[in-house]
Design a protein around this ligand. Structure first.
Ligand SMILES: [Zn+2]
Length: 268
């Protein structure tokens, strides 16, 4: 019995000595059992990662901006189309009553201010309430350029407009250029954005050489400032929303469709 008590006391003392030594080792080396931690050096590049490992495919798809529906326009022009300013295009608003034209998606090389460097001498529905375009002035016989790619629908003398050019664009809009001194294109001709189409003049009802510029959709005119910032002569960073209501088209503009799409997805 005494032997058992003696063995227990020896084991107890030995365990105590070993624990004490272990504590001293940890406090002096700063690591456990002699294994030191290895930290990465600062500025180390992260490994190239395919985030499909971390995000489910559904979430990734939400980040891809959807393609806007293709706008179909009538390119086969009849004699009436070539001789009347305000004509509707039967292909527009055929499938959908709302049409989106996202100006933020149009690259710089795919549009042109109609009279670069011009200043505005009369705004849309400004002092002259019935003014349905915007008057731009540089100097006589300056080059007028088409705003977007499209097809020349009209090129002729037309009442107070004098020499008039109308271009139907593939984005669904039409642009109108009046009082020209000379025409450089013919009806039915395809043109790229920035193509010279006419020279500025004062034919028709005009007292000074200038360009009378209109923007239309389905024959209905609207303020060209929805399209262009007249001070910077750049496209507005907006998306035009054109909605057919009975016999008229209501135009409004919102932030780019892409931004709106991301905003809606983020709130879902
Ligand atoms: Zn005018």
């Amino acid at each position: 019995m005494q032997l058992k008590i003696l063995r227990f006391i020896c084991v107890f003392i030995l365990t105590g000595i070993l624990s004490y030594c272990s504590l001293i080792h940890i406090s002096t080396s700063g690591s456990v059992s002699g294994t030191s931690a290895v930290y990465p050096a600062s500025g180390t590049d992260l490994p190239a990662a395919d985030f499909t490992f971390y995000l489910p495919r559904v979430a990734l798809n939400k980040c891809e901006v959807p393609v806007l529906p293709i706008i179909e326009i009538t390119e086969d022009l009849c004699a009436y189309d070539m001789s009347h300013l305000s004509v509707s295009d039967p292909k527009l608003f055929k499938k959908d009553k709302t049409m989106l034209i996202d100006l933020t998606r149009i690259q710089k090389e795919n549009y042109s201010f109609p009279l670069p460097g011009a200043k505005v001498i009369s705004s849309y529905a400004g002092k002259r309430k019935n003014h349905i375009g915007i008057d731009l002035k540089t100097f006589a016989n300056d080059t007028i350029r088409t705003a977007f790619d499209g097809i020349v629908r009209m090129a002729q003398t037309y009442y107070a407009y004098g020499n008039l050019i109308v271009i139907r664009h593939f984005n669904g809009l039409e642009t109108v250029y009046g009082h020209n001194s000379k025409h450089l294109v013919k009806p039915g001709e395809y043109v790229k954005a920035g193509t010279p189409v006419a020279l500025a003049g004062k034919t028709g009802r005009a007292t000074t050489e200038h360009l009378h510029f209109e923007v239309r959709i389905n024959g209905q005119h609207f303020n060209p400032e929805y399209l262009f910032d007249m001070s910077t002569q750049q496209l507005q960073p907006k998306c035009l929303v054109c909605t057919q209501e009975k016999n008229r088209i209501v135009i409004s503009s919102m932030d780019s469709f892409s931004n709106l799409f991301f905003m809606l997805n983020a709130s879902n």
